[in-house]
Ligand binder design. Sequence first.
Ligand SMILES: [Zn+2]
Ligand SMILES: [Zn+2]
Length: 241
Amino acid sequence: MPPKIVLWFLHLLFPKECVHCGCILDYRNLEYLCPVCRQLVSPILGAICDRCGRPLDGEIIPPVECPSCRKTPPFFHRARSALLFKGAGKSLVLKYKYSRNPYLSAPSIRWLLKAGEESYNWSDYDHVISVPLHPRKARERGFNQSAVLAAGLSRRTGINFSRRGLVRARYTNSQTRLSRKERQENVKGAFRITNNAGFSRKRLLLIDDVYTTGATVNECARVLMKAGAQQVDVLTLARAV
Ligand SMILES: [Zn+2]
Ligand SMILES: [Zn+2]
């Protein structure tokens, strides 16, 4: 952390703005959210599907699986997310993804750590891995946010970050406008394991920014399990509602 005086001068030149409403923040604000918008972030609490982490309505005594996981069990063991992808949480994730400036990495990693600590035991994992971005997309975007999240989590938890074990086998088009079925088709065969990845009998924690239909992380988990992984759990910054 730079000295306070440096932070203060930086703030004069580049005032910190709330990612949701755009108001100017105190230079000591580390969350990039004003107190009002901070209340509009929805951490995922309450009942969820034990497998995919989908929030469930009503008073449900866990563990329970949602209809979709019962019908087609995912290849990953469990998936959990820190925030709902709506309101101020959505602003944070989108700004982080598209700002080409990883200044939002630190608050995002803190949200991820908090969610992981509530659901997982860090000592259960041999490697942290991130959903790989095609090099072309990484160039377009300026940085690979999922890899930055995974690296941050690795630093804070001591779990080894395997950077090159899981890679993109081909370029995939943007999934934003695709349906669940189309997303599954779009990511089929999009990933492969490199030689010497060493995932056999290993317990893996897979990191991504947003869980939308789960098609991407599920395809990664399929490839990882096929390569002999013992278990794949998923942790994402946000989850679509
Ligand atoms: Zn605000
Ligand atoms: Zn489920």
